[in-house]
Ligand binder design. Structure first.
Ligand code: ADP
Length: 255
């Protein structure tokens, strides 16, 4: 499998909100594992895509879930016509080829799965493939990035301290109103008045967090709402234009 396919060729739109770009660059130059910490839909995944593009490194993203096993990350033997063959998992591909491996919502994975990343996150930078009997030394460009939403975790489902402390954390939150409005306009092409109104609603709803709402309205949801509004506006304009053309071609005949 060629790692070239994981290179991001077109610059992703990312509006920086603080010094996160500089922080990440510093972490990458030390090849420090990074934890992007913050609520869902606040731009963590977009940020890592942008950084991979900026650093010209391939990005391999794994959306973690509770059914995920260590083999889904590191690889497994599979049977084909010529017998059993080892297939590297996404983490192994990234470690061998020097990609950035982004484990999105790592806390969703079972704790016995997350420990496989430990030897990759300290000075060893190694990945043992126990079933294959191989020790992979990570490529010099390899970096591990995880996302973590602290508000979302229950006590039963949290990262172990021994895992958390292996990462340099960059804190994310929803951007301030002006920046968020700018993002919504860019993502959806709605006008400023509509974007401002959507952001205002989100800010009010976010104040209800912990008072009946588990999670506030995310920037992602605002982008979705904006896209629907923009499409409706286009459809309405189109319908109006169609009606006007029809009227021009067939003017109403008076009595
Ligand atoms: P997360 O990974 O934190 O759950 P995403 O990175 O998927 O969230 O962000 C969700 C959406 O919100 C993105 O697809 C993008 O439209 C928008 N977004 C949020 N923050 C930003 C930002 N700073 N710059 C550009 N787009 C953003």
């Amino acid at each position: 499998m060629s790692v070239e396919q994981y290179l991001i060729k077109v610059q992703p739109y990312y509006r920086s909100v603080g010094n996160e770009v500089e922080l990440y660059e510093a972490a990458y130059s030390a090849r420090m594992p990074v934890m992007l910490k913050g609520p869902t839909g606040c731009g963590k995944s977009r940020f890592v895509e942008y950084m991979a593009w900026k650093l010209k490194k391939p990005l391999i993203t794994v959306a973690c879930n509770e059914d995920m096993t260590a083999s889904d990350l590191v690889g497994r033997f599979l049977l084909d016509a010529s017998g059993t063959k080892w297939h590297d998992g996404p983490l192994t591909v990234a470690a061998r080829s020097g990609a950035i491996c982004y484990l999105d919502e790592i806390v969703e994975a079972r704790q016995d799965t997350t420990v496989v990343i430990h030897p990759l996150t300290d000075h060893r930078r190694q990945l043992p493939l126990e079933k294959k009997g191989e020790l992979v030394n990570a490529h010099a460009d390899f970096q591990l990035v995880i996302s973590y939403n602290p508000g979302y975790q229950s006590l039963m489902k949290d990262l172990k301290q021994s895992t958390k402390q292996r990462f340099g954390a960059i804190d994310f939150d929803y951007p301030n109103a002006d920046v968020e409005s700018e993002i919504v306009m860019h993502e959806t092409k709605v006008d400023k008045a509509t974007a401002d109104k959507l952001v205002q609603i989100a800010h009010r709803a976010r104040n209800l967090k912990g008072h009946g709402l588990d999670e506030g309205i995310s920037t992602r949801l605002l982008a979705y709402a904006g896209a629907l509004i923009a499409n409706t506006q286009t459809a309405t304009k189109q319908a109006t234009a169609n009606a006007e053309t029809t009227l021009m071609l067939n003017p109403p005949v008076g009595d």
